[in-house]
Structure formats: structure tokens, C-alpha cells
Design a protein around this ligand. Sequence first.
Ligand SMILES: Cc1ncc(COP(=O)(O)O)c(C=O)c1O
Length: 482
Amino acid sequence: MIELTPHLDNEKKEPLYVQLYHYIREEIQTGNIAPGVKLPSKRKLAAHLGISQNTIETAYQQLNAEGYVKSELRKGVYVKKLAGDLYPYSSRISFHNKKVTKNHDEQYKFDFSHGKVDLEHFPYSTWRKLTVQSLYEENSEIFFNGDPKGDTNLREEIAQYVFQSRGVTCSPEQIMIGAGTQYLLRLLTMLIGKESIYAMEDPGFHRTRAVFKHENVKTISIPLDEEGISLKHLEESRANAVYITPSHQFPFGTIMPINRRLELLKWAEAKGRYIIEDDYDGEFRYIGKPIPSLQGLDFKDSVIYLGTFSKSLIPSIRLSYAVLPTALVNQYDQHLTIYKQTVSRLHQHTLFLFMKNGHWKSHLNKMRNVYRKKQHMLVASIKKYIGNKATIIGEKSGLHILLQVHNQMSELELIKNALKKKVKIYPTSIYYEQYKADKPMVLLGFGGLSETEIDEGIKLLKDAWFNEKDENTVQSMNDADQ
Ligand SMILES: Cc1ncc(COP(=O)(O)O)c(C=O)c1O
């Protein structure tokens, strides 16, 4: 039974029954009360609103007379389905729809968000089956709070997985599961210390910078060079911890070569220094051989490895993990078990079953192919429509690229012009702190779009960024390229 809570005002000139009638009519017209729904009984609604049953009766009668509801003897009053031409449903969007989808769809046709993943290939039925399986009585244990670090069986699966696919060597005891990278980073500042000085890439992941800021820890911006974070600047800084994204620098996409990795590990050998390695999308690599994680190369116990299921599975599961060096595991056990685990045990158990039964491996293999094809389409479409009038940056791995567009437009103009064509693309300036980009750049994620959508989206971007006059130039530059 639905609950109606209109604002009825005794001071208004309109009688109460008219106010109630208007309220319900509007709710039906906008779709907030769906066809077939039973309205509350006169007695219940009168008690709920503190008005007489007669007032309700009159409002219901009026709605009935106008065809909005149907009164069924001894059953109740039901909302009728309105014929489309009787009331322009579509032009009056329900409050909920307006907020969640409709408005969004109307604004953008193609959203090149880097936070979205492919849902077409998500194993819905397997996930549903395993979720239900997790709810059987023999698993009722998971209805209680579990290990603050996360369920042991899931940590065992993760330990095996990160070793096989990313070369991370650890025991399940070193793994700390948590609801998101930012949450884990907060815990890490407690483990490494609030007095420590944290260096981070500039440009770098804005959400990490926000955590450091909100945790009130001193942060130093380190510029990038062609191999990733500048070691020279890091050495000159007073930092004793550094946050980096070596497998796919965020947002630039640089893959840190092995030498720079070894140099960084050397830097971290000094007492009390830590490297926080965020490997957020290291699973997806399109060109060249995989480079082992920094953690796998570290023999001095100075690397904290961060992984997430947000890109490789779905972002809303909120399941991320940190692999701690043994010194920090001890600290964790002494000081942080007071914090309860933040990831639902139902999701943890479902993911455990998913990994244990081999679905995770096949899902990853499938997604590698899916994203490889999408990425190829993205690069091919940019070459086809925009040619040399744009430079692609960071196309070797991950689920996004950067685009430098050679048309004199600022970042804002690039975004605004794209929006006019209903294409949503993203700024890169928000990732800079102390340093600045030489040229405007935009970020394009492709995980959530189909290959056809990617192609159509890029075509629209060409229209948004280059006028007719330029087209011949694009064409001739393409020709020159072959
Ligand atoms: C650099 C970086 N790190 C980590 C993540 C994942 O964050 P979370 O695990 O909180 O979903 C992302 C996702 O966009 C990211 O871009």
C-alpha cells in the first residue's frame, strides 16, 4: 500500500478536498503513482492526514469522475492507465525519473565517462545465482560481522589472483579489504602516520589528493616526465611516502618502465619510506608485455599495493583491497581492528564463490577482449574522423585516453562544444595541482559505450570541434599519414 503525504493547508482558499485531489492527480500524471496502484483506504488516509473521511471521499470521487482512478466495490480505489494522448506523460517527467535517467539521457547521447564499465557482458545470471547461494542457511554466519580485514576465504582468493596476474607476492594476512580506494587510503594515513609527508603525481588522482587534504597530512606535488613520476623531484622533496599509479599513470596513461620502478624502490629503501602503488586498472593492457607490479619487485617491504574490482567487475560493488608490508600488518593488528569491515559480507561471499568457481578468470579474459576491441575502435575512429588534428595520449592500457585537440579551443570550449552535440567528455585540469598542462586536453573513457556508440560519439566530436572549412584539411592530413 502506498503512503500519500500531501502538504494540505487549512489557511488556503482552496478547500482541502481540492488540494488533495490536485496532489493525487499530479502524482498520477507525472507517473509517481503508477497505473494499477491501490490508493489508501479512506479510513487509513483520514487517520494518516488528520482530516475527515468525507474530504477523502470527495477527492476520490472527483478523480474517479475524471477517469484517473477506478473504484472497485469492496476492493478499493485503483489508479487507471492513462492513454498517452489524454495526458502528455512524457513531457511531464516524474520526479524520480527526472533525477535518475531521463534528464541525463536528454542531456547526453554519448557519455565518455571513465567511471563506467561494460555492462553488456556482466555475468548477470551467474552473479545472481551465487548471490542467492550465499543466502542459504548454511552460510548464515555471513549475517554477522566478520573479520575487520575482510573474509579470509576471499582474501585467499585475492592473494592467489594478484600473484598470478600482477606478480604481487603476499599472504592473505597482508590483505586488507575495504569499501573503496579512498577508504583504504584513509586507513593508510593512519598506519604510515599523520606526521609523514606524502608525495603524489601532479597531475594525479584528485580523489587521492582529497583524502590527503581531508586527513590533514602534508602533501607534495611531483611533476611527471615521460617515464612517470619524476624521481629527481621526489628525491629533492622531503617526502617519506609517495602515491603513484605506475601501471597506468592517472590520468596520463604512462606505463612506468622497469628502470624507473627499480629507481623508485631504491628511493624507498631509506628507513620509514613507503610507496603506495595504485594498480586500479592494470588488468587491461593492449600493447606490449605486462610489467610486474612494483610490489612484486620489492624485497624491502616498502610497497603498499592497492587493487580494486571497480574497473574489472563493477564499481558499485565497492570492493577494493590493500596489500600491506608486514610491518604495517602488525600496526594494523594493534591499532585498526577497531574499525569494522566496510564491505558487505554478502558481496564478499558472492565474490569469493565467483573467484573460487573460476568465473572471475573467464570474466577477466572476456573483458580484456571486449575492452581491447572498444579501445581499437576508439583509436581508429579518432584517426578516421579527426586525423592528425588531435593527439591521443595513453592508449596502451586502461579504460580511458587523453586527447589533445589542435584547434585553439580551451578545455572548457572543447567540453561545451561537445555537449552541444550531446557528447559528454571530461576535463583534465582538475587533476593538476601545482603544475599546468602545456596544452588543453580532455579525457575520454570508453568502458561503458558500445563500439558503435564510440564511433558515433567521435564523429559528433569532430563536428563539434572542426567546422566544415577544416574538413578538407583533416582529410589531407589523413592522406599524408598513409
Ligand atoms: C586512479 C584510480 N584509483 C582507484 C580507482 C578506484 O577507486 P575505487 O576502488 O574507490 O572504486 C580509480 C577509479 O576510477 C582510479 O581512477
